[in-house]
Design a protein around this ligand. Structure first.
Ligand code: AVI
Length: 325
C-alpha cells in the first residue's frame, strides 16, 4: 500500500506510463490498493451482491477440518503455513485450530498492515509462532520463505489468482509448486463460472462501492506519477467477457479529455507525457477470471501438482482446492 510521501521506482513509473500509452490503455489492478482502495475493497466484501468472500468463508468454516485431514494424509504435519498476499489474515483463522501448523508466515506488500492483523491473531492463537514479511508475489524475486523440516502449505484464498491471466496464473502456481519442495501443497480459493447476471451484479453493486473502488485508482495514480486525472470525467464500466471467461473492469471517459503527467526527473525520457481519450474510450483496470472446476484442476496439474481435492458451496459458486505436490 502506498500513501502520502509515496515512492514509485523509475521502472515502475515507466511501466505505468507504458500502460497509459498502450493502444488499449491499461493499468495494473495492484494500484487499486492504496489506503482508501483497501478500505473500499473491505466494504465490497460485505455487499450482498459480492458473493465470493462470504461463500469462501462458508466453505472454510464447514470444511476446514476435512482440509486439514486431507493435507495431513497427503503430506504429513504442517511445518509451515505460508499465506501470500495475507492482508487482514482473516480466513486463516479457520485453518489454524485444525491444521495446527508449527509456524505461520504472512507475506504481503504492506507489512505494516499485516503486522496489525497479526497482533490479534497472536492473541487468539498464542501457540502458533507467527511472522509477517514484505513480499510482492507478482514479482520475480524469490519469496522469503524459511527452510523448514517437513511439509509447507501455501494458502491463497480470495480468488486473487483470478486477477492474473491464465498463463500468469499457471506460472505463479508452478512457482508455488516448486516451493513445496516435493512435500507440501497449496490451498487456494477460486471463483467459478456461473450465471452472467450474478457475475454482473457482483461487479456493478447497487450502492456504487465497486465504482468508487475503480475510480479511486485515478487518485492513486495522480499521487504516484503526478498525473492530472479528474475522477468526474470517468465512469465505472464492468462486464462479463464470456469467451474469455472473465469480468473486465474499465474506466470509461465520459467526454473527450487529455491526461498529462510530468516527465521523469532528468527529462531524458522518450515517453510521451500525455494521452488523449475520446469520449467512450476506456482505461482497462482489472480482469477477474472465472474457472470451471475442471479447468482449474487442469491448471493445477499443468503447474506440477499431482493430487487435487476440492470443496464447493451448494450453488457451486466458489471452489476451495487443495493441491499437493
Ligand atoms: C481481489 N480480487 C479477487 C477481487 C475480484 O473479485 O477480482 C477484486 C475486485 N474487483 C472488483 N471487486 C472486487
Amino acid at each position: 500500500m502506498t500513501e502520502a510521501g509515496q515512492y514509485i521506482s523509475d521502472d515502475e513509473r515507466r511501466q505505468v506510463i507504458d500502460g497509459l500509452l498502450a493502444a488499449q490503455a491499461r493499468v495494473s489492478p495492484k494500484y487499486f490498493y492504496d489506503l482508501a482502495g483497501s478500505r473500499l475493497f473491505d466494504v465490497i466484501t460485505l455487499l450482498d451482491e459480492y458473493y465470493p468472500t462470504v461463500t469462501e468463508r462458508g466453505i472454510l468454516q464447514r470444511h476446514a477440518a476435512d482440509v486439514a485431514a486431507a493435507f495431513r494424509s497427503a503430506a504429513g504435519d504442517c511445518a509451515l503455513l505460508v499465506e501470500p498476499g495475507a492482508g487482514s489474515c482473516e480466513k486463516v483463522r479457520f485453518l489454524l485450530p485444525v491444521l495446527r501448523p508449527a509456524q505461520y508466515l504472512a507475506l504481503d506488500v504492506s507489512v505494516e498492515f499485516v503486522e496489525q492483523a497479526l497482533e490479534s491473531l497472536r492473541r487468539d492463537f498464542p501457540q502458533v509462532p507467527m511472522k509477517a514479511q514484505a513480499a510482492d508475489i507478482a514479482q520475480a524475486a524469490p519469496w522469503p520463505v524459511p527452510e523448514v523440516e517437513g511439509a509447507r502449505l501455501f494458502f491463497y484464498p480470495g480468488s486473487s489468482i483470478g486477477n492474473f491471466t491464465p498463463d500468469e496464473a499457471q506460472a505463479l502456481l508452478a512457482r508455488i509448486h516448486a516451493q513445496c519442495l516435493g512435500q507440501g501443497g497449496l490451498l487456494i480459493g477460486v471463483d467459478l463460472v456461473k450465471d452472467t447476471a450474478v457475475l454482473h451484479a457482483a461487479y456493478n453493486d447497487a450502492l456504487g462501492v465497486t465504482a468508487a473502488f475503480n475510480l479511486n485508482l485515478l487518485r492513486h495514480l495522480n499521487r504516484l506519477i503526478g498525473s492530472d486525472f479528474r475522477a468526474e470525467q470517468w465512469e465505472h464500466h464492468a462486464f462479463y467477457n464470456e469467451p474469455a471467461s472473465r469480468i473486465e473492469m474499465h474506466l470509461r471517459a465520459r467526454e473527450a479529455l487529455t491526461v498529462r503527467w510530468p516527465c521523469p526527473a532528468g527529462g531524458t525520457s522518450t515517453l510521451a507525457s500525455e494521452r488523449h481519450f475520446a469520449a467512450g474510450d476506456t482505461l482497462h483496470t482489472e480482469n477477474s477470471y472465472k474457472y470451471t472446476q475442471a479447468d482449474f484442476e487442469a491448471l493445477l496439474r499443468r503447474a506440477g501438482f499431482a493430487q487435487v481435492q476440492r470443496w464447493t458451496d451448494a450453488r457451486d459458486y466458489f471452489g476451495v482446492f487443495l493441491a499437493t505436490a
